[in-house]
Write a protein that binds this ligand. Structure first.
Ligand code: FES
Length: 156
């Protein structure tokens, strides 16, 4: 069972009003569901489909296309570590391995305390400040092991 929170339910008409057709509101509603629950559950896709008059299969096909949507429960902080060319040439592979080791998880896993989920990501368009990672909505650039330590240790 999934329901948007009362505050998010109030936002639905505002979101729909921004678009010429209801289908166009799919990504904003998926984002809102993920921000509410931490991931997009199958029940959320059914609910969004009902609101937008789209089949759950269609909603799932769109949600699964974008790596920014998570289909399983995640940690409080989702780390998307860029491993594309600029970041790779500047040490991303080693820094990703360092981060996984520091968190004691493999890429794709969540820490036992549900604080961090670690994923590889393709280019996040911050190549000039490679290597970089995104944690939730914040970009962290020009990474080093020391900088990663500071960033991860600063998050409660
Ligand atoms: S290659 Fe990492 S941000 Fe573009």
């Amino acid at each position: 069972m999934f329901e948007f929170s009362p505050a998010n339910q109030k936002r639905i008409p505002e979101i729909l009003a921004k678009y010429p057709d209801t289908q166009s509101a799919l990504l904003p509603l998926l984002t809102m569901a993920q921000r509410q629950e931490g991931y997009v559950a199958p029940q959320a896709m059914v609910e969004i489909g009902k609101i937008l008059k789209l089949s759950p299969g269609y909603v799932q096909s769109v949600a699964s296309f974008y790596t920014m949507y998570h289909m399983h429960p995640t940690g409080k902080y989702i780390i998307l570590f860029c491993i594309n060319i600029s970041c790779q040439l500047n040490g991303a592979d080693e820094l990703l391995a360092y981060t996984a080791s520091k968190l004691n998880i493999k890429v794709g896993e969540t820490t036992a305390d549900k604080k961090f989920t670690l994923h590889r990501e393709e280019c996040l368009a911050a190549c000039s400040n490679a290597p970089m990672m995104r944690i939730n909505d914040t970009y962290h650039e020009d990474l080093s092991k020391e900088k990663i330590d500071k960033i991860l240790d600063s998050l409660d």
